[in-house]
Design a protein around this ligand. Structure first.
Ligand SMILES: [Zn+2]
Ligand SMILES: [Zn+2]
Length: 305
């Protein structure tokens, strides 16, 4: 069986409608966001595609801020604004910490209410939705169990999205060896596994807290899809597709200028305030480099009139 390290939810890109549509009418808010977008471009690197990367295997057009607005994206509403995070399984202390911090980061990143729910057990998985894999043998759970059975029943009326984290290894179908995660945009639910997030990859210049960095990036990326954001191809961006953990490791913990403007427009927040919240998060993690970078971004967008 070929190693299928794709995020299954990312593989659905071409089923989305063609976004080559006319530019939406300009208003004062979108015009200011465009200027703020243009002001932070210097913080981001243009996309560079290496061997084995996502863009070597997928042909994607990317998506500008203007195209996103014109696409009629799924947005949070007054009634549905909360992102719920549900841990399912038995976690190590480090995994639990990564989930808690991911919830905190998400609150700043999307500027929406985020509720971290109490842990739940896996429940009784039907025999056709699990299998044995690997050596030593372990249970792998089919993503369908979470997406069709467990999560829809738990979805609250005020949920913009319900995201489950599990420590079990996942697979989306018999021909796949595993998957990191999968989402159902129609059902507003998704599941991601921490099982492989701590894998050591020797070529990577991994930070020592790679579990946290990878969990953060994958959770922010997949939540972006839940708000109809497509993969980025212009910059190295948190919303760019990834084929493997090494590529995930190379991506920044922020999204690019185009995606920043999309989020600010979709969630109706001030970019400077969001950057300040992200800086404060990295200060609490004692990461001065990232805190400083987000503070500088905040200053730059605040100076835009
Ligand atoms: Zn994706
Ligand atoms: Zn982007």
């Amino acid at each position: 069986m070929a190693a299928a390290a794709l995020l299954a939810s990312c593989a659905k890109q071409d089923t989305q409608p063609d976004n080559a549509v006319a530019e939406p009418p300009a208003d004062a808010r979108t015009e200011q966001l465009k200027r703020q977008r243009d002001a932070v471009t210097g913080f981001f690197k243009p996309m560079k595609v290496l061997d084995g990367d996502w863009l070597q295997t997928q042909s994607e057009p990317g998506e500008t801020f203007e195209q996103y607005i014109a696409s009629g994206p799924t947005l949070p509403t007054d009634q549905r604004r909360t992102i719920y995070i549900q841990p399912i399984g038995n976690f190590t202390g480090e995994q639990r910490k990564a989930i808690r911090l991911t919830a905190e980061y998400m609150r700043a990143f999307y500027s929406l209410p985020v509720k971290l729910l109490a842990d739940r057990g896996l429940g009784k998985v039907p025999a056709d939705l699990k299998r044995k894999a690997g050596y030593p043998s372990r249970d792998q759970i089919r993503t369908q169990y979470f997406l069709d059975d467990v999560l829809p029943k738990m979805l609250k009326d005020d949920a913009a999205a319900l995201i489950a984290f599990t420590n079990y290894d996942l697979y989306p179908g018999d021909t796949w060896s595993f998957v990191f995660g999968q989402a159902s945009l129609e059902k507003r639910v998704g599941v991601w596994s921490l099982y492989r997030m701590d894998d050591i990859i020797l070529e990577a210049d991994n930070p020592k807290d790679r579990l946290l960095f990878r969990t953060l990036k994958i959770a922010m990326h997949e939540t972006g899809h839940m708000f109809s954001m497509r993969h980025c191809t212009k910059y190295e961006c948190l919303m760019s597709g990834t084929n493997h953990l090494l590529e995930t490791d190379r991506r920044p913990v922020d999204n690019c200028p185009e995606c920043m403007a999309k989020l600010a427009w979709a969630m109706n927040y001030e970019p400077a305030e969001r950057y300040e919240k992200l800086a404060a998060f990295w200060e609490r993690q004692r990461n001065g480099d990232l805190a400083g970078e987000f503070r500088r971004k905040a200053e730059v967008v605040r100076a835009v009139k």
